[in-house]
Design a protein around this ligand. Structure first.
Ligand code: ATP
Ligand code: MG
Length: 400
């Protein structure tokens, strides 16, 4: 027996009071977008609920996509029937009979939004529960820890019956909290940071610094694949590829001290902020995590972060590597991240990068680098932008 509807419950949105309808609209838009390939379905929005009428389209692939929509708290395959006692009883029994494994215990939970329905919720619990018990041998009621909870929702136009609740991702619909630019490396951390930012309702564009021709085409493909994997949680992601080799080489020729990484990263941040402003993004997002490497000590984070004035969001700042890896596995970026292609930052690594770079020292060194401002402008100008999406595997070149 195939469910005829999917009932969606919106997540934290309920907490947002007057913003609720805006969030609901955003969630609805995301659901529509993600389910575009399923031409037969109809999406209904009524009384704060979203229903998907399947019209024969398969549940499983739709559920898989719904599992990647931020803002959904949970969803259930539901069976719709007339708001009438006999119809409800028959459907309830069919639902119980078509479960993949036979439950030993169950309970019925009735919710009634139509107060004119002739029986109240308590009566309906007995009327439906008793009927099911009489028709299935060996089944028992357990109100505390049932194997199956059979939900019956009685509304004016129809009754909805379901037994299964699938957890959604929660969070906020992508874009409902603004837009940020993700610094996306080929590592494990930054894709996770991007995903967490999206979960909080940020629309993400990504920027990647590459050192082509010192780094390979494969390294580029890897970052595109990571962005593509993230795009499964939204529609598509705009990825900015910044040629960084020139700046790195020039810096390396001019300065070879233990502040090289600090200065390299300050150049990255300056470029990222310029791109963010061009793209209307209001924050930068990085995969930095406190203490992970020399450039992520408190002092380093501060010295590096001072070159930009927009907020730098660091979703992983207090997370352990194992926690970060668990998310990376879950969102399927991990196997891509561990591919062994070199990153631009491995190009010139000083023997002992400073863990306590002093701002005045860094500024002193940078003052002598008179080519830097123009180099940064040039990198921004030569940035290549592509739009990645799982739906349309072809890359589209887009120019500013
Ligand atoms: P990750 O696993 O995300 O690469 P990491 O632990 O290797 O992080 P770093 O290499 O120091 O740490 O980078 C810290 C952060 O700086 C990254 O999480 C990412 O946000 C940004 N970053 C580093 N390299 C690049 C790059 N080549 N392009 C874009 N952003 C980068
Ligand atoms: Mg890295």
């Amino acid at each position: 027996m195939q469910a005829d509807f999917i009932m969606l419950r919106l997540g934290e949105l309920t907490l947002k009071g007057r913003n609720r309808s805006r969030f609901e609209q955003a969630a609805l838009r995301d659901v529509r977008q993600r389910l575009r390939p399923f031409g037969g379905i109809r999406i209904l929005h009524e009384f704060g609920r979203i229903y998907i009428q399947l019209n024969g389209e398969p549940y499983a692939p739709i559920a898989e996509r719904l599992g990647r929509v931020f803002g959904l708290h949970s969803f259930s395959p539901v069976y719709r029937t007339a708001a009438d006692l006999e119809a409800i009883r028959r459907t309830a029994l069919n639902v119980m009979r078509s479960l993949p494994s036979k439950p030993a215990t169950f309970k019925v939970t009735v919710r009634r939004t139509d107060k004119n329905f002739p029986h109240n919720s308590m009566e309906m619990n007995h009327l439906v529960g008793g009927y099911v018990l009489r028709h299935i041998d060996g089944l028992k009621v357990d109100v505390h820890r049932p194997d199956i909870e059979l939900h019956v929702e009685i509304r004016q136009q129809a009754a909805y019956i379901y037994s299964y609740v699938e957890k959604g991702l929660g969070g906020f619909p992508v874009g409902s909290n603004g837009k940020a630019l993700l610094l996306l490396s080929g590592g494990i951390d930054s894709p996770v940071a991007g995903w967490l930012a999206m979960k909080r309702g940020l629309e993400i564009e990504a920027v990647h610094f590459h050192s082509y021709p010192y780094t390979s085409e494969r390294a580029r493909e890897k970052v595109i694949d990571l962005a593509k994997t993230l795009s499964r949680y939204t529609d598509s992601i705009r990825l900015h590829l910044v040629p960084f080799a020139d700046l790195q080489t020039r810096l390396h020729q001019a300065y070879r001290g233990n502040l090289e990484i600090t200065i390299t990263r300050r150049m990255m941040f300056r470029i990222a902020e310029k791109l963010a402003v061009q793209r209307g993004a209001e924050a930068l997002v990085t995969g930095e995590s406190l203490g992970q490497v020399a450039s992520q000590t408190l002092r380093s984070l501060d010295t590096i972060g001072r070159v930009v004035s927009m907020p730098i969001l660091r979703p992983l700042i207090m997370m352990d590597k194992s926690e970060i890896m668990a998310v990376a596995e879950r969102i399927e970026t991990y196997p891509i991240s561990i591919l062994p292609y070199e990153d631009c930052c491995t190009l010139f690594v000083p023997k002992s990068p400073s863990t306590k770079p002093r701002l005045i020292q860094v500024e002193f060194v940078e003052k002598r680098l008179d080519w830097m401002a123009e180099g940064i402008e040039q990198a921004v100008r030569n940035t290549e932008t592509i739009v990645v999406s799982e739906e349309a595997p072809q890359e589209t070149d887009v120019f500013f």
